[in-house]
Write a protein that binds this ligand. Structure first.
Ligand code: GLN
Length: 454
C-alpha cells in the first residue's frame, strides 16, 4: 500500500487520482494484515484499488467529477465498495472521470483532463472516458485494479486506449446502489484491471444480489476465475458483418482479423453473423441515455446535495434552481439534459423516445437470435481508433465524440456482458483493444474466451 501511495504522489501529472485517501488505505491495509496473519485472508486481502469518483464512499468526497456535487460527503457506502472492502481491498483514493460519466475522453471533468500514460512524442493523449482516471491509474501501475462504470462503453473504451482489461457485466449482475445514476437502464459497474484473471477475481467480489437495487438479479455468483481454463475448443465465435464499417481504419480491420485467427487457432469455430439493426444503435443510445439522464439529474436542485449558487436579494426558488444548475453543470451535461427533456417532451415523446425504445428491442432481438443459433461469443474491435490527443476532439462537433461509442453501445442497449482486452499496438505504438460480447449471465465463459486472447 505504501509503495502505491508513493507512486500516486509521483504521478500527479496524470491527474488520475482526484482525491487521495492515505489514512483509509493505511487502516484498511493494517486490517488486511491482521486477517492475513489470522489465516483467513479473503480474495482481495490487501489489494490496493482506486475507486471511480461516481461511487459514493462514506465520508469521502464523491463528486462524479461535477461542480454541482462540491462538498458532498455521502453518509453511506455504495454496495460495490462495501463488497470490495469486505473482500479485503484497500482504497487508495477516488479516480478522475467525465462529469456524471458523460463523455469518451475524460475532458468534461471539473478536475481537468486525466492523461494517458502512453505517449507519442510529446503529444498528450486521452486515456478515454468516462472511466479515464481508472484506466490511466491501472495502466500506470498506480493501483492493482480500479472500479469503472459503463453506460455506453465507459469501461471498455478507456481500457482499450490504455492497454488494460475491462469488463462490463450483464445488466443486473452488479448493484447500482450508491453509484451516482447516469442512465439507470444502461449503467453497470465493473472492474478495470491489468489482465483477465484479475478482472475475474475482482468481478466476483463486486457481483451479487442486492435488495437495495430493484434491477439487481437474484442469481448465484459463479467463481469466474475457475472458468479460466484457456480451453475454447468448439466454442462458436460470431463475427458480425455490420461492424465492418465504411471508413474503418485498415489497422483496426487487421487487429480484428488477427484476433479472429487467434481464436480459430485455439480451436474455436468462427462464424459470419448478422446483427442487422447495428446502425441504429448509436442514435437510439443518444436518445435513451440523455432521456434517463435528464430525469436522474433533476435531483440536483441546490437543496439536497452539494453546490448552491450565491443568490441576489429578491431571488426566489426558481432563480436558485437556475443559477445553481447553470453554474454547477458543465456544457456536456447541460447538452444531455436539454436533449433528454426535448425527447421526453409531450410533442416529441413518440417520435424520439418511444421510437428509440423500439429500436432498442430490435437490437436486443438481433443478439438473442444469434445466441439462440449457437453463437457463444461475438468478436469486434473495441474502438474505431487508438487514443486521440487531448483537446483534439473536445471542441469539435459533439457527434464526433459520440462516434467513439459505435462498437460498445449495442452491448448496453441489450444488457449483455462485454469485455475489452488489449490486442496489440497501432503503427504509432499505441494500444488497441478487442471486444468480446457474451451471453447474458455467462461472464465466466466470456472471460475464458478473452483469456485465450491474452
Ligand atoms: N461515451 C458515452 C457517453 O458519453 C458512454 C459513457 C459511459 O459509458 N458512461 O454517454
Amino acid at each position: 500500500t505504501q509503495t502505491y501511495l508513493t507512486a500516486i504522489d509521483a504521478a500527479d501529472a496524470l491527474n488520475a487520482f482526484v482525491h487521495k485517501t492515505p489514512e483509509i488505505a493505511k487502516s484498511q491495509a493494517e486490517a488486511a494484515d491482521q486477517r492475513l496473519k489470522a489465516g483467513n485472508a479473503p480474495d482481495l486481502c490487501g489489494i490496493p484499488l482506486g475507486i471511480k469518483d461516481l461511487f459514493c464512499t462514506k465520508g469521502v468526497p464523491s463528486q462524479a467529477a461535477s461542480r454541482i456535487l462540491e462538498g458532498f460527503l455521502p453518509e453511506y457506502e455504495s454496495t460495490v465498495t462495501t463488497q470490495l472492502f469486505d473482500a479485503g481491498a484497500v482504497m487508495l483514493g477516488k479516480l478522475n472521470m467525465d462529469e456524471f460519466a458523460m463523455g469518451s475522453s475524460n475532458e468534461t471533468s471539473v478536475y481537468g483532463d486525466a492523461v494517458n500514460p502512453w505517449r507519442v512524442d510529446d503529444r498528450k493523449l486521452t486515456p478515454g472516458g468516462s472511466s479515464g482516471g481508472s484506466a490511466a491509474a491501472v495502466a500506470a501501475g498506480l493501483c492493482l485494479g480500479a472500479t469503472g462504470t459503463d453506460t455506453g462503453g465507459s469501461i471498455r473504451q478507456p481500457a482499450a486506449f490504455t492497454g488494460i482489461t475491462g469488463i462490463k457485466p450483464t445488466y443486473g449482475r452488479v448493484s447500482r446502489w450508491g453509484v451516482v445514476a447516469f442512465a439507470s437502464s444502461l449503467d453497470q459497474a465493473g472492474p478495470m484491471t491489468r489482465d483477465v484473471r484479475d478482472a475475474a477475481i475482482m468481478l466476483r467480489a463486486m457481483s451479487g444480489f442486492d435488495p437495495k437495487d430493484s434491477t439487481s438479479a437474484d442469481l448465484p455468483v459463479p467463481d469466474f476465475e475457475a472458468a479460466l481454463t484457456g480451453d475454447i475448443r468448439g466454442k462458436v465465435i460470431g463475427i458480425p458483418r455490420e461492424y465492418r464499417m465504411d471508413g474503418m481504419p485498415a489497422e483496426i480491420g487487421k487487429l480484428w482479423d488477427d484476433g479472429t485467427a487467434m481464436l480459430r487457432d485455439a480451436g474455436a469455430e468462427i462464424r459470419d453473423i448478422s446483427l442487422p439493426h447495428t446502425q441504429y444503435a448509436l442514435p437510439a443510445y443518444y436518445v435513451i441515455a440523455p432521456a434517463e439522464a435528464s430525469s436522474n439529474l433533476a435531483r440536483y436542485d441546490g437543496v439536497r446535495f452539494g453546490h448552491r449558487a450565491t443568490l441576489a436579494p429578491g431571488d426566489g426558488i426558481t432563480e436558485m434552481y437556475e443559477k445553481t444548475r447553470a453554474e454547477g453543470f458543465g456544457a456536456e451535461v447541460q447538452r444531455r439534459i436539454m436533449v433528454g427533456t426535448y425527447v421526453l417532451s409531450a410533442g416529441f415523446y413518440d417520435a424520439y423516445y418511444n421510437r428509440a425504445r423500439r429500436v432498442r428491442a430490435l437490437i436486443k432481438r438481433d443478439f438473442d437470435t444469434v445466441f439462440a443459433d449457437g453463437v457463444d461469443a461475438i468478436l469486434t474491435p473495441a474502438t474505431p481508433s487508438a487514443a486521440f490527443g487531448l483537446g483534439e476532439m473536445a471542441d469539435a462537433d459533439p457527434i464526433k465524440m459520440y462516434l467513439n461509442d459505435v462498437f460498445t453501445v449495442t452491448v448496453n442497449l441489450a444488457g449483455l456482458p462485454g469485455i475489452s482486452v488489449p490486442a496489440g499496438l497501432d503503427a504509432q505504438g499505441l494500444p488497441l483493444g478487442l471486444q468480446l460480447i457474451g451471453r447474458p449471465w455467462e461472464e465466466g465463459d466470456l472471460l475464458n474466451v478473452a483469456y485465450s486472447l491474452e
